[in-house]
Ligand binder design. Structure first.
Ligand code: KG4
Ligand code: ZN
Length: 390
């Protein structure tokens, strides 16, 4: 069977096509196409994601990306139609009344291409930015009705965990402890078996990715902060530091809640500490080429120290056999390396999706759709939930 997935929960438009001969989750799969259109340039000058701009970009990107993805997967044939059927027009009118730009592009697409050989649609319905979620959900609903292909709603946070099953070897030793770290979430989920998620820790304020982004803004490093801070931190670790002023070498930041009992996180204090320290240093010190490198390294280490210690402790206490990580911050090389080392030295199996499958993508949505194949329906309504829980 072939699954077409659509992901529009935040600032990346994702379309993927996955094929599964067995129709069973956990069995071998083939990723036929996995495309992401990034909106980083659009949001950069605002220093963060603007929900209505995200929606506008999704409306603009979805159909071109869908066309490219279906072509890449070799499952679509061209046709030339001058008109859509009355039924098709009605569906588009009803479902995409609030997305006129997307509706126009869909009409053109349907006139040019035959129905592709797709058996299931998988669509992110939350959590995320509501206007962004609606755009993808409405397109999925319209395609489901026009092509008469069932759809299955997918939880974006669960999909970040499921991304660990996209590659070989797949995790298989239960129970598992999953750390989800993204721009909107920081959660530790205990998975007794494949169908249970017990949230044993979450952030009380900012998410780990949000902390990377906000501290980068304080230091005027640009957006998104995670990859930029990570790049500077790597430079700091690799350069010769003997010429760095002692005051810079001694910069140190708190590790919030690291020794706190339980598995909750808190990152807003770290952002405040960066702000206060940054304000307290002289302009001369801040002009040193070493300053931003050391600050970045300290921010990265502070966040990762807390994430790693809590995850290993949680896995030990819950007697997990496997540790999983997922979400945009899982793309952080230092976190991946250090968590892998910590996990192996404590006798846990450790898995992380590839760097490109850690950040937002639709391949993980397609695979989660396969997991919930039984929930697929040809319903004529769809709901999104910006605050959907695991
Ligand atoms: O999962 P994701 O792509 O989108 C959400 O669901 O939020 O995560 C985006 C977050 C951003 O905060 C971004 O700064 C962070 O992931 N991120 C990173 C890295 N790459 C992306 N954080 C640290 N190091 C990275 N290499
Ligand atoms: Zn995400």
């Amino acid at each position: 069977m072939k699954i077409l997935a659509i992901e529009t929960s935040c600032d990346e438009t994702g379309i993927a096509i996955l094929s599964s001969d067995s129709r069973k989750f956990g069995e071998p799969i083939n990723l036929l196409s996995n495309l992401v259109a990034s909106q980083v340039e659009t949001h950069r000058r605002w220093g963060g994601v603007v929900p209505n701009l995200a929606r506008r970009e999704h409306q603009r990107n979805l159909i071109p990306l869908l066309t490219k993805s279906l072509q890449e997967a070799l499952i679509i044939k061209p046709c030339r139609r001058w008109k859509l059927s009355l039924r098709e027009k009605e569906i588009i009118h009803q479902v995409l009344s609030r997305e006129p730009q997307l509706a126009k592009k869909l009409v053109k697409f349907l006139k040019r291409w035959n129905k592709p050989s797709i058996d299931l649609l998988a669509i992110t319905t939350g959590p995320g930015l509501e206007p962004a979620l609606w755009t993808g959900a409405n397109l999925a609903l319209a395609l489901s009705q026009i092509w008469q292909v069932p759809f299955v709603p997918v939880n974006h946070v669960e999909a970040h965990i499921i991304a660990n099953w996209l590659a070989e070897p797949k995790p298989q030793d239960w129970p598992m402890m999953a750390l989800v770290v993204s721009g909107g979430h920081t959660q530790l989920a205990f998975m007794k078996d494949p169908n249970s998620y017990q949230i044993i820790g979450r952030t009380r304020d900012d998410a780990a990715g949000e902390c990377f982004d906000k501290t980068a803004r304080v230091l005027d490093l640009g957006y998104p902060g995670g990859p930029i801070i990570s790049g500077l931190a790597t430079q700091w670790r690799e350069i010769n530091k003997s010429n760095a002023p002692e005051k810079i070498r001694k910069i140190s930041l708190p590790r919030p809640m690291i020794n706190h009992p339980g598995y909750d996180f808190s990152f807003s204090g770290l952002k405040t500490a960066v702000l206060y320290q940054h304000r307290s240093y002289s302009d001369q010190l801040k002009r040193s080429p070493f300053y931003k490198l050391k600050m970045a390294a300290e921010i990265e280490d502070a966040i990762n120290d807390v994430l790693i210690k809590k995850t290993i402790n949680a896995a030990s206490q819950y007697q997990a056999k496997t540790i999983l990580i997922g979400g945009g911050v899982a793309a952080n090389k230092s976190l991946r390396r250090r968590l892998a080392t910590g996990a192996f030295s404590n006798n846990f199996k450790f898995f992380a999706p590839s760097v490109t499958l850690s950040t937002d993508n639709a391949a993980m949505i397609a695979l989660t759709g396969l997991k919930y194949l039984k929930k697929a329906s040809l319903s004529d309504t769809i709901k999104v939930n910006a605050n959907l829980n695991l």
